[in-house]
Design a protein around this ligand. Structure first.
Ligand code: SF4
Length: 183
């Protein structure tokens, strides 16, 4: 069975993405790397939800480092473009670069990303960023669009089934402020 590293932005999004990959014949190794998440207490809830899902789905799960300071230093100059703008593309790039490096480190041939399950995120753009990261690290990227065929709806149902913590903002402090302004 071919192995694939699944970059995970959050446990709810990993549910259906992993199901799809398994149905396609892959052994899925999930990799949670989200230095964008603020505050640290929120990061703890999300990372613990991923560990819980890994157990529920009998899926190998790796937690990356929480290097919030480095992420913030890279992102601060772009703070004005947050929520759907260029800054988010940079945030994807940071996380998918790290996923490509992990794929290489584990000697896996291929990785993909849960990010494409979100109805608010542009799969084409994410796939282009993933492919560029793959090229940089000498691995391959599997283009996806997990939101297709009711993918997001199914992820909500599976999250309920596994009783997973589900966040109500994307992750960074700027997205948290926006959520508070528009609850
Ligand atoms: S809104 Fe989400 S994708 Fe955009 S920078 Fe913040 S955490 Fe990253």
């Amino acid at each position: 069975m071919p192995k694939i590293l699944l970059y995970v932005c959050c446990a709810p999004d990993a549910t259906q993405s992993a199901e799809v990959l398994r149905a396609e014949g892959y052994e899925v190794i999930s990799f949670f790397y989200n230095p964008n998440v603020h505050p640290a207490g929120e990061y703890k809830k999300r990372s613990e939800a991923m560990l819980k899902l890994g157990k529920e789905m009998c899926m190998e799960t790796i937690l990356g480092e929480y290097d919030f300071k480095n992420w913030f230093a890279s992102m601060k100059p772009r703070a004005k473009d947050i929520e759907g703008g260029e800054a988010c593309f940079e945030c994807f790039r940071i996380r998918l670069d790290r996923a490509a490096a992990e794929t290489k480190k584990l000697n896996l041939p291929l990785f993909t990303s849960t990010l494409t399950i979100s109805p608010h995120k542009d799969a084409e753009k994410i796939n282009a960023i993933g492919a560029a990261a793959a090229l940089k690290y000498g691995v391959n990227y599997l283009a996806s669009n997990f939101k297709k065929k009711d993918g997001f709806k199914k992820s909500v149902e599976l999250s309920k089934k596994y009783d997973l913590y589900r966040q109500n903002y994307c992750g960074c402090s700027w997205s948290l402020i926006e959520r508070r302004k528009n609850p």
